[in-house]
Design a protein around this ligand. Structure first.
Ligand SMILES: *Cc1c(COP(=O)(O)O)cnc(C)c1O
Length: 338
């Protein structure tokens, strides 16, 4: 089972997104182990390309990443300063007055950033909370002030302009670098860019960055093949029955490897050098069954993620988004880096 990851494509996607926001610094979001691909490889490659600002979700992720990056790389922790977190060498993005006061008491003089809520109601200080601590927070000189857009992948959503106006109202005149946009916000245009942009998914080749270079190819080995006769079934619960004689290949990966069970009977295929071979029957924990009748020769490996079936197409089959496909890819794959 091989997950081929194209580091050069990640770097190219980072540069392409940076070029869309020429007035801003471009960070790299590498939370959840760089969306399942491997932050210890992705972050240094982006550092070499010029990235100096990185984002993780948790302090523990930041601690794991810190040894892989030089000291002048900032690793920002989106969950902020949680009780008991070890933030040595990290920058917490403080999300509430409680986090702000905890951080200032425990890490006086150490770098921090601020997150404001502009409508998503997930993380960040609300307008009233911010107004109450704004003067004290600004005098402690945060690295930046940020917020996050809920609907940036839908350009026509009125929530985007509402959040932009709320962010401006809360931060105009602060004289601190500002950050509002992830991948989707970068694509909304310059009004949304401010001083620092925070792309994640676009680096890894998925929507909403439609022009991204593909990053991932997932190749799965065939364990055995057999001919099934008309009326024979394949897989758990006998959900698929052969209508005629079919050649079935059994492939070594399953839902334990992030191949979501919901792609069973969805029309998703594995590919043999561009030829689609439909997945038949249920995806099981470690195995998938595939109809390879159409192939003259069954190769040793079939591809699940490839140019013919990119991450977002597979996500459609599974009823989810590219983010969930990538972050579900498990630890059993050999990751090879190009
Ligand atoms: C995950 C995340 C990002 C990156 O979002 P993408 O849509 O993957 O580009 C940026 N900022 C915050 C606060 C996030 O949680």
């Amino acid at each position: 089972m091989t997950l081929h990851i194209d580091l050069q494509a990640i770097v190219a996607n980072w540069k392409a997104l940076a070029a869309k926001a020429p007035g801003a610094r471009t960070a790299a979001v590498v939370k959840a182990d760089a969306y399942g691909l491997g932050a210890a490889r992705v972050a240094p490659a982006l550092y070499a390309a010029g990235a100096r600002d990185f984002f993780v979700a948790l302090a523990s992720e930041g601690r794991a990443l810190r040894p892989h990056l030089p000291d002048d790389a900032c690793i920002n922790v989106l969950s902020g300063h949680m009780e008991g977190a070890d933030l040595t060498g990290l920058v917490p993005v403080l999300n509430s007055p409680e986090q702000f006061f905890r951080d200032r008491a425990m890490r006086p003089g150490r770098p921090f950033a601020i997150q404001l809520d502009t409508g998503m109601n997930r993380l960040g200080m609300e307008a009233g909370e911010w107004a109450a601590i704004r003067a004290e927070a600004l005098s402690a000189k945060p690295d930046f002030i940020m917020s996050h857009l809920a609907c940036a992948d839908e350009p026509d959503q009125p929530a985007n302009a509402m959040q932009l106006a709320a962010f401006r109202a809360m931060t105009d005149g602060c004289d601190v670098p500002r950050s509002l946009s992830a991948t989707g916000g970068i694509l909304l245009g310059p009004d949304y860019h401010f001083d620092l942009v925070r792309p994640g998914i676009g680096l890894y080749g998925a929507l909403p960055f439609a022009d991204a270079q593909p990053v991932v190819r997932l190749s799965l080995p065939v364990i055995q093949t057999r001919i099934v006769q008309p009326g024979e079934f394949v897989g758990y619960s006998a959900t698929w029955t052969a209508g005629g004689p079919r050649r079935i290949a059994t492939v070594a990966a399953g839902y334990a490897d992030g191949i979501l069970r919901s792609i069973s009977s969805s029309g998703a295929s594995l590919y043999a050098a561009g030829t689609a071979c439909p997945i038949v029957g249920r995806v099981s924990m470690d195995l998938i069954t595939v109809d390879v009748t159409g192939l003259a020769d069954v190769p040793g490996e079939l591809d699940l993620i490839c140019p013919e079936q990119p991450v977002d197409r597979l996500a459609d089959h599974a009823g989810t988004i590219g983010y969930e496909i990538l972050t579900s890819l498990g630890h059993r794959y050999d990751r090879t880096w190009r």
